[in-house]
Design a protein around this ligand. Structure first.
Ligand SMILES: NC(=O)N[C@@H](CC(=O)O)C(=O)O
Ligand SMILES: [Zn+2]
Ligand SMILES: [Zn+2]
Length: 358
């Protein structure tokens, strides 16, 4: 922590990064990007566009669209660095991984088990059966594999899909490729926490703000609440507590990834609502509230600003972000392209607000 003034009513930390972010594309990208840039200096940009970002050429073109959206919002391109990723498929060639690694723009490759989540239709059907050449190349180049860790077996209960993934996919994967850097994205269970804490080798995990703050009751408070629906789905309270202990516990293996995933209001408030919570707007307010409630504001900087860059082998940012204790009211909805988006916990209030970035 760089500075803590008064009765801990302000908190200045090294400028944070978001290690798991969905920016989407086109008009939506232009709407949501400024929310991230107000807080974060860098973000790992998820590749689950339609069509997915499967090649280095596509990742570079997407990066150019992000830079154009920054300019369009009057933001200097050097204020924000998008760290691009590739979407792993059954057909990703080792040469594509080499190209990605040599591009200097692609920082990771993302595994979506086919059918596991939003825009995962082109994802992997059999990781060790189909992706060995790509995984070998990633291990050789030190290119991290980012994992949406849920099995898709319809026989497995929705709430158990992360725990079952550890046994069926994560353990065999890491036995076959022990030097591969792996980030277990958006973990939601005590099994996920325990695995990441105890496993050997280069493993880490991101944790969202919503999984730190809420349990699955939020989905059903007085009725079905589509804006609380994301994947992996919110779990029971014991899991939420394990996540808070992991995030605030001082282990360098856990770091910030919002998984901010905007969907238009009409596709959330729907008979078959999309999975994803919009948290980019108030990410640091949400995380600060979670850390404060746990009495561990002193650990926010490591989680938000230091552990992620260390795992990715990047320097920490030079700038700072200052948060102030005070009521932050979450707006009911925001414009998003030609539609609107409802931020997580719309209408509620948080205990911290972002005061300044420098
Ligand atoms: N988290 C979500 O519920 N949705 C994400 C996809 C993902 O990260 O799994 C999305 O792209 O909408
Ligand atoms: Zn995911
Ligand atoms: Zn995501």
């Amino acid at each position: 922590m760089t500075q803590q003034a008064g009765a801990a009513d302000t908190l200045t930390i090294t400028r944070p990064d978001d290690w798991h972010l969905h920016l989407r594309d086109g008009a939506v990208l232009a709407s949501v990007l400024p929310d991230t840039v107000r807080q974060f200096a860098r973000a790992i940009i998820m590749p689950n566009l339609k069509p997915p970002v499967t090649t280095t050429a596509q990742a570079l073109a997407y990066r150019d669209r992000i830079t154009a959206a920054l300019r369009q919002s009057g933001i200097a391109p050097q204020a924000f660095t998008p760290l691009m990723t590739l979407y792993l498929t059954d057909n990703t060639a080792a040469e594509e991984i080499t190209r990605a690694s040599e591009s200097g723009a692609v920082y990771a490759v993302k595994l979506y088990p086919a059918g596991a989540t939003t825009n995962s239709d082109a994802g992997v059907t059999d990781l060790l059966g189909r992706c060995r050449p790509a995984l070998e190349a990633m291990q050789r180049h030190g290119m991290p594999l980012l994992v949406h860790g849920e099995v898709t077996d319809p026989e497995v209960d929705l709430f158990d899909r992360e725990a079952v993934f550890i046994d069926r996919v994560m353990i065999p994967l890491r036995q076959a490729f022990p030097a591969l850097k792996v980030v277990f994205e958006h973990i939601t269970t005590h099994q996920g926490v325990q695995y990441v804490q105890q496993a050997e080798g280069p493993i880490a995990a991101t944790i969202t703000a919503h999984h730190l703050l809420y349990n699955r009751n939020a989905l059903f408070q007085g009725g079905v609440r589509p804006h609380w629906y994301c994947l992996p789905v919110l779990k029971r309270e014991t899991h939420r507590r394990a996540l808070v202990e992991a995030a605030t516990g001082g282990s360098p293996r856990f770091f910030l990834g919002t998984d901010s995933a905007p969907h238009p209001k009409g596709l959330k408030e729907n008979a078959c609502g999309c999975a994803g919570c919009y948290t980019a707007l108030h990410a640091m307010e949400l995380y600060a509230t979670a850390f404060d409630t746990a009495g561990r504001l002193d650990r926010l900087e490591a989680f938000a600003s230091l552990n992620g860059p260390a795992f990715y082998g990047l320097p920490a940012n030079r700038g700072t972000l200052t948060l102030r204790r005070g009521r932050y009211e979450i707006p009911a909805e925001l414009p998003m392209g030609d539609a609107s988006v409802v931020p997580l916990a719309a209408g509620e209030a948080l205990g911290w607000t972002v005061a300044a970035a420098a």
